[in-house]
Design a protein around this ligand. Structure first.
Ligand code: NDP
Length: 309
């Protein structure tokens, strides 16, 4: 029987694997649909300590993988399609990969991450990494002194617009309704910032440019007027979906699907099942915080195995 199975291959999953493997737990890691996770869609990572000159997201995740394999992690390319998690302390859990392969495991570390929501425009895909981003903290720096658009009306959009206003020349905030959903205090911050212009009732028609974003065509959904805004950056802040669908009705989650962990730990409501990274974090959502909770999950799993051997 496998001692420890890790689901997901972002910073949380690989960090859990490095710690579990070095603790002789011989972990198996199932990579999921997007090996390397969200970071593989990021160009330059400059805020992860240890890389003084920065690194590309894909290269960083390649290094994470190599480090996990170096200590003996069994890395499987596949997607978990079903889980049967036991409710009883000491009992094993069943994980099904790609609808056929069955894994029986004593502990499970969930690091399935979250996916940013996109509008679904073809131009959005075309300019991904060339002006389109879903993370202002990751990519904002590359738009220093430039003009950018942020889409969304919630707390994320307010926070990202405020963050970008400190770096960029001008920030246009596109809100599809006539009001923002963000908390009053965050809205106040937005309205009081001189270089943020809020465009209510505006939606994106198309992102334009040759190799990179150079402007955005927007439309007022009341007057139906269209206009072009000259910007080099287009930031989505319309929410994230945690990748936790397969755990529904088994693990406790909040109303938006984020897994709930016991305070100051990675313990879920089921014994031997631990959650780390963005699947349980709607607040920080950074590679470094995901890696931190991945480490915590491996240590929690190790302790659980020691108490149940
Ligand atoms: P939310 O779901 O709260 O807001 C999403 C926003 O995006 C809404 O304004 C929504 O518009 C808009 N939107 C959704 N789809 C589209 C679309 N297709 N086109 C245009 N606009 C769209 O997500 P957030 O990420 O902002 O927040 C998620 C949670 O995290 C919330 O609970 C929030 O409070 C929390 N959070 C807290 C922070 C903090 O306290 N510092 C910071 C960031 C998030 P509409 O209103 O019309 O539906």
């Amino acid at each position: 029987m496998i001692e420890c199975t890790i689901i997901g291959s972002g910073p949380a999953g690989y960090t859990a694997a490095i710690y579990a493997a070095r603790a002789n737990m011989k972990p198996t890691l199932i990579q999921g649909m997007q090996p390397g996770g969200q970071l593989t869609t990021t160009n330059d990572v400059e805020n992860y300590p240890g890389y003084p000159t920065g690194i590309t997201g894909p290269k960083m995740m390649e290094d994470f993988l190599k480090q996990a394999e170096r200590f003996g992690t069994n890395v499987i390319f596949g997607t978990v399609t079903k889980v049967e998690l036991s409710k009883k302390e000491g009992e094993s859990h069943k994980i099904i990969v790609d609808n056929k392969k069955e894994i029986i495991t004593k502990t499970v570390i969930i690091s399935t991450g979250a996916s940013a929501k996109y509008l679904g425009l073809p131009s959005e895909t075309k300019f991904m990494g060339s002006g389109v981003s879903a993370c202002a903290v990751c990519d904002g720096f590359f738009f220093k002194n430039q003009d950018v658009v942020v889409v969304g009306g919630g707390d994320s959009a307010a926070e990202e617009a405020t963050y970008l206003s400190n770096l960029c020349n001008k920030v246009y905030l596109l809100v599809r309704k006539k009001e923002m959903r963000a908390s009053k205090i965050m809205q106040k911050r937005v309205f009081e910032t001189k270089n943020i212009e809020v465009l209510f009732n505006y939606e994106t028609v198309e992102i334009l440019g040759d190799n990179r974003v150079s402007s955005v065509k927007v439309k007022n959904n009341v007057s139906l007027d269209e206009k072009i805004i000259e910007v080099t950056g287009f930031f989505l802040a319309i929410g994230h979906n945690p990748n936790t669908e397969i755990f529904k009705n088994q693990l406790d989650m909040d109303e938006t699907g984020y897994l709930i962990t016991k305070p100051d730990s990675t313990l879920t409501n089921l014994p031997g099942v631990f959650a780390s990274g963005d699947a349980q974090d709607s607040v920080y959502r950074q590679a470094i915080t995901a890696a931190g909770t991945g480490c915590m999950a491996a240590l929690d799993a190790e302790r659980y195995l020691a108490n149940n051997s």
